[in-house]
Design a protein around this ligand. Structure first.
Ligand code: GUN
Ligand code: ZN
Length: 446
């Protein structure tokens, strides 16, 4: 088994930093250290001046930044075809762009090619684990599981459920969907790093019978290590009105899912912009998380997520690109957008809360923190190496922050990391490692 030692500035979290704090409680910054990777797992760290012995293959990246791989808790594989599509809000966008594009994934060749392109793109953006929507077609989920296995990646996905309010080519039915889900769970869930999610597109595209079937499978395959659930909730005001018409018996949009047994600590709900205090309490009490998708929420004009209210309740929040509603697979860009959303709400998102939400926080919320989201000894070595800065403006800003400009005092660590996540993107990425294997490197131009 190959032993690798990576020398860089190591950054991760031991626990959640307090909301709004720019101090270092919870932050683990080890400048100029070796990260030891023995086979698939992290074996420990050493100070930069104490290199490991000759049986470790050394990769000296001093002056660069090494963090746990990012975890994107909500993203759509087939929507790389419609990213950056002009001019519509959620419901029109689904009908105009998304539903037509998703129909192509009925073809196994398209599904396999799409899954490979998508996972390679995630790795090239520094994301090593994702919770992914494929399409209604069983073959599209299968293709993602196979492509993730081939890359050694942890992946959460499941066939999309939709039996109404979509083009006929994207509709399933309760009995067929149940058979497909049971077969996929049996063959994939818990095999290697693959995890199954009951994937309800949103309440509008499933009948009560289909929601009840999904809830029944969540119960049957539930408990610690059980299957996940993913869906959308309260993203757009027109959507919220439509759900109220479709489900007049429910107290709220979120309550539709609760009534059907779909909320638990492995449930991931994208958006959650238009929630009330009762909904927030329900998220707290069930342990379900909101996958905050700021890039998508801005691009589709959906609204400004209230992160402060989530902290006050409290309930769990992770970060998501939501491509193709979102406009970038980069979780660094996503964090920068999240900061601006909170600024518009009159509050501020610290770099620590943002980075924690995309690493250890997401891993904890998904029940995967025993393996990923941090650089603890024993964790799987899903790690990403970054340049602190690329390009003259960012390099100068980083020089200012670290005290490398004569006459300017060094700033604190938060200031430097905040400038990094505001200015950096996938062009800063040097290499992505998955379970101890280098799976992506970026050619460096001049
Ligand atoms: N709600 C239902 N389907 C979708 C989707 O594909 N993207 C987004 N952003 N919201 C949805
Ligand atoms: Zn989505």
């Amino acid at each position: 088994m190959t032993r690798h030692a990576l020398r860089a500035d190591l950054l991760d979290f031991s626990h959640a930093p307090a909301w709004g704090s720019t101090g270092t409680d919870g932050v683990r910054f080890r400048p100029d250290h070796w990260l030891l990777v023995d086979g698939e797992r992290i074996a420990g760290t050493l100070p930069g001046q104490q290199p490991p012995g000759p049986d470790w293959q050394q990769h000296d990246h001093r002056g660069r930044l090494l963090m746990p791989g990012f975890i994107d808790t909500h993203v759509h594989c087939p929507q790389l075809d419609v990213i950056a599509s002009y001019g519509t809000g959620l419901l029109d966008w689904l009908n105009t762009y998304t539903f037509p594009a998703e129909q192509r994934f009925a073809d196994p060749g398209v599904a396999a090619e799409g899954a490979a392109r998508f996972l390679d793109a995630l790795l090239a953006h520094g994301t090593t684990t994702a919770v992914v929507f494929p399409t209604v077609h069983k073959v599209s989920a299968e293709a993602l599981f196979d492509a993730a296995s081939a890359r050694g990646m942890a992946l959460v996905t499941g066939k999309v459920l939709m039996d109404r309010h979509a083009p006929p080519a994207l509709l399933d039915d309760v009995a067929g969907a149940r058979r497909d889900c049971e077969d996929l769970i049996r063959r994939h869930h818990g095999q290697g790093r693959k995890r199954y999610a009951m994937t309800v597109r949103f309440a509008a595209t499933s009948t009560r019978e289909q929601l009840a079937m999904a809830g029944e499978l969540c119960r049957r395959h539930g408990g610690p290590g059980g299957i996940h659930m993913q869906t959308h909730v309260a993203e757009n005001t027109d959507e919220v009105r439509w759900i109220a018409e479709l489900f007049p018996e429910s107290r709220s949009y979120l309550d539709v899912y609760h009534r059907h047994g779909l909320l638990n600590e492995r449930a991931v709900l994208a958006h959650g912009i238009w929630l009330d205090a009762g909904d927030r309490a329900l998220l707290r009490d069930t342990g379900a998380q909101i996958a905050h998708s700021p890039s998508s929420n801005l691009f589709l004009g959906s609204g400004l997520f209230d992160w402060q209210a989530a902290v006050d309740t409290p309930y769990r929040v992770s970060l998501a690109s939501d491509v193709g509603g979102g406009t970038s697979l980069s979780l660094l860009r996503t964090m920068a957008e999240a900061y601006k959303v909170q600024a518009l709400r009159g509050t501020r998102l610290s770099a620590w809360t943002a980075l924690h939400a995309a690493t250890r926080g997401a891993a904890e919320a998904l029940g995967l923190a025993h393996e990923i989201g941090h650089l603890d000894t024993g964790a799987l070595a899903d790690v990403v190496l970054w340049d602190w800065a690329r390009g003259p403006v960012a390099v100068h800003r980083d020089d200012i922050a670290r005290g490398a400009v004569a006459g300017v005092a060094a700033q604190d660590l938060h200031a430097r990391v905040f400038a990094f996540l505001t200015l950096a993107d996938e062009r800063n990425l040097v290499a992505t490692w998955v379970a101890g294997q280098c799976r992506h490197t970026q050619e460096r131009g001049g």
